[in-house]
Design a protein around this ligand. Structure first.
Ligand code: G3I
Length: 366
């Protein structure tokens, strides 16, 4: 590992920012640099065409935010609606964007993770049937996009935040109740059988700075490796707060070094660095978008610079992906009651923020 000294962020005003795209810089470094995106937004060419163009100018990879999740596609046994995922993936490939798949098994029962109809059938499904159901779904989805999706989040967020007595502190989920820890192994095996060349990831949040959840992650990864599960990488989501500024040798660097020690790759899969937001009513058009103080934008720029340097200082970093790129389309305000947001590189009007220039500087090797 080599470390890069983070340079101070130039105190620039948005009007003086150079807004030529980040994609060319990422391509020059042969870096997978992506963002999540949503099919409806691309298809409708929203925001006067800025949404599509912003992706094409700044990224060489995209990941469907929700369109490839089981609840979005899986309508019933043997019934999968690929309409939205097909559109987005075809658009991406026609624009020479690499595609990352998210997610085959969102290993939780809560929220937008597993189809409700499957949970409703739980009592009638035997473990053998559950294994076949898992096999058939993964085979259909991964098989459809064989050679079109470069890497998959095979299992997402299987480890619970609070303590429990299950192996690796796994969440209580349909798949665990039916198959125990074997569901983890089966998911990777089925995905590999359906597309042997695809890179296969486990993806989670709040595992970036060590601690109990990270230790459970490593136990789970070691278990998967002991079962010869074809896992190739770990996705660290990096949903962080912009007050954080990683420095070589700190917990961020130590955690990622442990991935290298395990001869695995990693990706920063969903990075967004949120800041405190001015409290507005949910119907206000600027809800979740107005920084509580302008200084937070300067701090955010320093944070983005440091996180970019963190990722790029490891040779086993397979890519850096943001969870959106314009503040007008981010999950954060809605999930924080409007207390945090403005987490991305462009503002809601697609104007580059100080954070954008920081990322440009790092990608340009400065
Ligand atoms: O599509 C349905 C629609 O039919 C329904 O009418 C509507 C109201 O219930 O819900 C719609 O689904 C929403 C879905 O996004 C698609 O828009 C869900 O309610 C909503 O919870 C879901 O939020 C997504 C969330 O994951 C839950 O899956 C966010 O947009 C997305 O940014 C967020 O992304 C996750 C990653 O997948 C995993 N890592 C954490 C990250 C942030 O939570």
């Amino acid at each position: 590992m080599f470390s890069i000294v983070a340079l101070g962020c130039a105190m620039m005003t948005p009007s003086s920012l150079d807004s030529t795209g980040l994609r060319a810089l990422a391509d020059k470094r042969h870096l997978n640099f992506g963002t999540c995106a949503f099919s409806d937004g691309v298809k409708a060419d929203i925001d006067g065409g800025k949404y599509r163009q912003g992706i094409l100018d700044n990224f060489n990879m995209i990941e469907p935010e929700n369109d490839l999740k089981p609840p979005a596609m899986w309508q019933g046994l043997g019934k999968i609606d690929f309409t939205k995922s097909d559109y987005l993936i075809d658009w991406a490939r026609s624009n020479k964007l690499k595609v990352r798949g998210h997610v085959l098994v969102y290993a939780s029962d809560w929220g937008y993770t597993i189809p409700r109809w499957l949970l409703d059938k739980e009592k009638d499904i035997t473990p053998e049937q559950a294994k076949q159901i898992l096999h058939d779904y993964i085979t259909a989805v991964v098989g459809r996009y064989k050679g079109k999706i470069a890497m998959w989040d095979v299992v997402n967020e299987a480890i619970e935040d609070g303590p429990n007595s299950r192996p690796f502190n796994l969440r209580d989920s349909f798949w665990y109740r039916k198959l125990g820890t074997d569901f983890l192994v089966y998911a990777f095996q089925f995905a590999h059988e359906a597309d042997p060349k695809c890179k296969l990831y486990y993806n989670d949040y709040s595992v970036e700075i060590g601690g109990t959840k990270t230790e459970n992650l490593f136990k789970m990864v070691d278990f998967l490796k002991s079962k010869n599960a074809p896992i190739t990488g770990i996705g660290f989501q990096f949903h962080r707060w912009a007050v954080e500024v990683p420095k070589p040798g700190d917990k961020f660097y130590e955690t990622l070094q442990q991935i290298a020690d395990r001869k695995l790759t990693f990706m920063m899969t969903e990075m967004d660095l949120s800041i405190p937001i001015k409290r507005l009513t949910r119907t206000d058009p600027d809800y979740g978008l107005v920084p509580a103080s302008p200084e937070d934008l300067e701090q955010q720029a320093k944070s983005y610079e440091a996180f970019m340097r963190l990722g790029l200082s490891f040779k086993n970093c397979e890519g850096i992906q943001l969870w959106g790129y314009t503040d007008g389309h981010s999950w954060i305000p809605g999930s924080t009651g409007g207390s945090r947001g403005a987490a991305l590189l462009l503002d809601k009007d697609y104007k580059p923020k100080l954070a954008y220039e920081s990322v440009r500087k790092v990608l340009a090797g400065r």
